[in-house]
Design a protein. Structure first.
Length: 406
């Protein structure tokens, strides 16, 4: 099904089971997620991010409730990625120190106090990024005292490069698209003895991406805490690149709500929709090309091997949207709707909400998905103005100006 600004595909492989199928049992195991949540919640500066109710926009859309998980100030990094990359850096350093016969356990406090600096300072982590994941890895490396090298493809903005470099990381520009930068990071890491801290998995590399995903589940713990005693959402719209975010969002919701779990709609940019293509094909598919989109954080042509089984089992609809839809959504959020709190949402961070807005404008699509006055919709604002100048050009005012009106 397609509208003027979107394409929608109903997934015939979605599971009707009460919990994720056995094929997904080793992905995002509850005990691993609980360990990540307990660790991250103990970090200095931790606080739960807001779950914003947007009744004005909900009324304009004709739905019963709209909830927006606002990750625009997570640990001061401006995106949910702060939860994943830094946590995976910590877990890698703990393993490396254990292999060097350093007595366990090793806490974040130990690393931040430089108690093992003689060993940690000789270690280096690396990754490719569209911006936000690399910023989290660089922040974690600085926090814990190891070296860091970040690889950026040509479409990553200078402002995002500067943000990464501000944490002391070495930045390397690459040719090609995001997936080419992933390959370059892996190659250089092999040659130099660095550890790749990636948010996407590939053959032989799943443990660290799994830890990144476990870090993301802190958002769901916070939502469940906020919504204790409230009815479950009926729909979840979540943007995704390789699928790690979507899997991390949905697996704990599926386990928590069981047969009452919400419908999941995954939203991607038209030019970088590897999950949509895989859903249509019925199996893992890579998409090529330059993957250019204003939603730079979602510019990914290869699904995560680790996330894909959960994605295909849990997703009810795959969706693609154009760039203009995301830009219009940024402006609408910033303006506030019918008295709603103005919200700073970045280009990639509003994609799930943009998908909802596009569907509601198409009456047939809205009816098909049950987006009416009984719908309770959860979306994720996964980034704020991580490129402040670009945000100002798109919205017409700065993120600081929008926040001043909150």
């Amino acid at each position: 099904m397609s509208g003027s600004r979107f394409s929608l595909y109903e997934n015939p492989q979605v599971s009707t089971a009460e919990s994720p199928p056995q094929a997904c049992a080793d992905v995002l195991r509850p005990q691993d997620c609980a360990r990540a949540s307990a660790e991250i919640r103990s970090w200095p500066g931790y606080r739960a991010t807001p779950l914003r109710s947007l009744p004005g926009l909900a009324g304009a859309l004709g739905i019963g409730e709209l909830l927006y998980k606002d990750e625009s100030d997570r640990f001061g990094l401006g995106s949910f990625k702060a939860l994943g990359g830094a946590y995976a850096v910590y877990r890698h350093l703990v393993r490396a120190l254990a292999a060097a016969d350093v007595p366990q356990p090793i806490s974040v406090s130990d690393l931040m106090a430089a108690r093992h600096a003689d060993k940690v300072s000789r270690l280096t982590v690396a990754c490719a990024t569209d911006g936000n994941h690399g910023r989290s890895v660089a922040w974690g490396a600085k926090l814990f005292g190891c070296g860091c090298v970040i690889f950026l493809h040509p479409h990553v903005s200078d402002a995002r490069e500067a943000a990464i470099a501000s944490y002391g990381a070495q930045v390397v520009r690459t040719e090609g698209n995001y997936d080419d930068s992933v390959a370059r990071a892996a190659e250089e890491a092999r040659k130099n003895g660095w550890q790749v801290i990636s948010d996407t998995s590939y053959p032989g590399y799943t443990q660290i991406p799994g830890e990144v995903m476990c870090g993301y589940t802190v958002m769901i713990d916070e939502i469940i805490d906020d919504r204790a005693g409230a009815p479950p959402p009926t729909h979840v719209f979540v943007q995704s690149g390789c699928g790690g975010l979507a899997a991390a969002v949905y697996a704990p919701l599926w386990r928590h709500y069981g047969v009452s779990r919400p419908q999941l709609v995954i939203v991607e940019p038209h030019n970088a929709a590897c999950l949509y293509a895989s859903g249509v094909a019925g199996s893992y598919v890579e998409v090529g090309g330059d993957l250019d989109t204003v939603m730079a954080g979602l510019s990914c042509g290869e699904p995560s091997l680790l996330a894909w089984p959960l994605v295909v089992a849990g997703t009810h609809y795959f969706m693609r949207i154009d760039d203009d839809t995301a830009l219009a959504t940024m402006r609408r959020l910033a303006a506030g709707e019918r008295g709603d709190t103005p919200v700073v949402g970045g280009e990639s961070g509003v994609a799930g909400l943009a998908g909802l807005l596009a569907l509601v404008e198409d009456g047939d699509a809205a009816r098909r998905l049950g987006l009416d006055e009984r719908a309770r919709v959860l979306v994720f604002g996964t980034e704020g103005d991580t490129d402040a100048q670009l945000y100002t050009r798109i919205v017409g005012e700065s993120g600081d100006a929008v926040r001043a009106r909150q």
